[in-house]
Ligand binder design. Structure first.
Ligand code: F6R
Length: 252
């Protein structure tokens, strides 16, 4: 894994959006997987601007969503479905035939998991994945203690995820379960970029980099990824021991 620390969130997002563009330049028919949430929002906004200016062709890529809340209407602005359409898929003009998102209202959870597993398998794995990290260290909805060899599954959300997750919703909703691509599929992605910014994430980043590598804190698994890049800003790096990184290197 490589650690890149940027002076602020804007510079971070500028760099992360360039990483997505580079992934598509390298493999125009890539299987791309994207998280939602506060961490990638600005990255997607900058990506959409650059894609228009630079005429980047995403038409051969295939897009999948990392996760979804279960039992919530996709029209609810707090869902991953809504977010990905608003900030990524619609601004990039991605055809619906090139997208697979989880159906959070599915009546057949196993089938929903099987479909995603089969899709990822058919593509020979994920080429590029962009994730955030939760306050409890989760990646997607792979909560602490999730098996390292897990594929797509239904997750019972822990207290932190249920509480913090309310920030995405206009009115309080019960969020108890989620569906998520599994740790194995995430860690096996050929390129893995994880974003974290802001002071709020500083204790998360300290644990992620300084605790033992363990599914007790799933974000720590990125350290085993040969092509993993952890992209953070100085606020998120502020609780790290200084010798872990040189704050001068990646500032632009
Ligand atoms: C969302 C997802 C979650 C978030 C994480 C951080 O699709 O997969 O794991 O990445 O909870 O959320 P933010 O970025 O809002 O701090």
């Amino acid at each position: 894994m490589e650690l890149r620390v940027f002076a602020n969130e804007h510079i971070l997002a500028d760099s992360a959006s360039d990483m997505i563009i580079a992934a598509v330049a390298k493999k125009p028919d890539a299987l791309l997987c994207f998280a939602t949430g506060d961490s990638p929002r600005l990255t997607y906004q900058l990506l959409a601007q650059k894609a228009e200016r630079q005429h980047i062709d995403f038409s051969k890529c295939f897009f999948i969503g990392l996760d979804e809340w279960l039992d919530i209407e996709p029209g609810n602005s707090g869902t991953c479905h809504y977010f990905l359409h608003q900030y990524l898929l619609d601004p990039l003009g991605v055809q619906s035939s090139r997208v697979h998102l989880f159906d959070g209202l599915t009546k057949n959870e196993q089938q929903e998991c099987d479909q995603m597993n089969q899709l990822i398998k058919n593509f020979g794995g994920i080429d590029f994945i962009l994730v955030g990290v939760g306050m409890n260290g989760h990646i997607g909805f792979n909560e602490p203690g999730t098996a390292e060899d897990s594929t797509t599954h239904i997750a019972t959300l822990d207290h932190t995820t249920r509480t913090v997750g309310q920030k995405y919703f206009d009115t309080p909703v019960p969020i108890n379960k989620g569906i998520t691509i599994g740790l194995k599929q995430i860690i096996e992605a050929r390129s893995l970029v994880m974003l974290a910014s802001g002071k709020r994430k500083a204790p998360v980043i300290r644990r992620l980099l300084e605790d033992d590598i363990s599914t007790a804190f799933p974000g720590s698994l990125i350290r085993q990824h040969p092509a993993g890049i952890l992209v953070i800003d100085e606020a998120a790096a502020s609780e790290l021991q200084k010798e872990l990184y040189d704050p001068g290197i990646e500032k632009r």
